[in-house]
Design a protein around this ligand. Sequence first.
Ligand code: PXP
Length: 260
Amino acid sequence: MNYLGGQSHIRLGVNIDHVATVRNARGGRHPDPVKAALIAVEAGADGITAHLREDRRHIRDDDMARLKAELGKPLNFEMGATDEMVEIALRTRPHAVCLVPEKRQELTTEGGLDVAGQHNRLAPVVARLRDAGIRVSMFIAADPRQIEASARLQAPVIEIHTGAWCDALAEGKESEAGAEWDRIRSGVRLARTAGLEVHAGHGLTYASAETISGLPEIMELNIGHFLIGEAILSGLPEAIRMMRAAMMRGRVAAPAGATS
Ligand code: PXP
């Protein structure tokens, strides 16, 4: 990996949604996604991504407001193209908005946005956000129709949905993964030719992030679930050491024979 910046630098946006998923499991404040965002920035993230879903299943409105207030790096606000979200984005003024399709029942963002089919609905949304100085990106499959439609909408950025490629890799479906990879590569080139800035994300792991970082046209990767999962695994030994030490301190401090 190259940390030198400039042409060869590829930005990493860390998606902190699933820190909020764990917090919400108990309804309290721990672990705080904003604290996780600050740790991610300290560790080298170029920006933070968070998805405010209609059902608020992970990130909540006050998380977005705190991220905007406390982050020293760009905030990428993922959202569905609804009136409610546009109003929140215009109030929050993040550095960027990534428009994603959103279905209430889905576990995650399952497919790309149908920019070609929803041109008339999306055009005013893109225009309002762009006029407010927010960098707009469209989360789409690496499909020439969707890429060309995004360019027609004058969205400056697209984010290629890498989920199908990553799923095929994870399931060992080599020929499917190869076909998805070819689609991504040619989509990325077409998008650059159309003057779009290209990002990518969804389902990326260390291995797939390494592979896709080899495409010099890609400027940014947005990665969440795998990173947060890895952070749990690699952070667990330290958390257990800290807990063990706290328990030992309590035992040593307690007067002999104390029962309450
Ligand atoms: N980019 C977009 C537009 C997304 O919707 C998501 C998932 O919220 C990601 C990137 C990150 O995907 P993952 O959590 O699988 O790394």
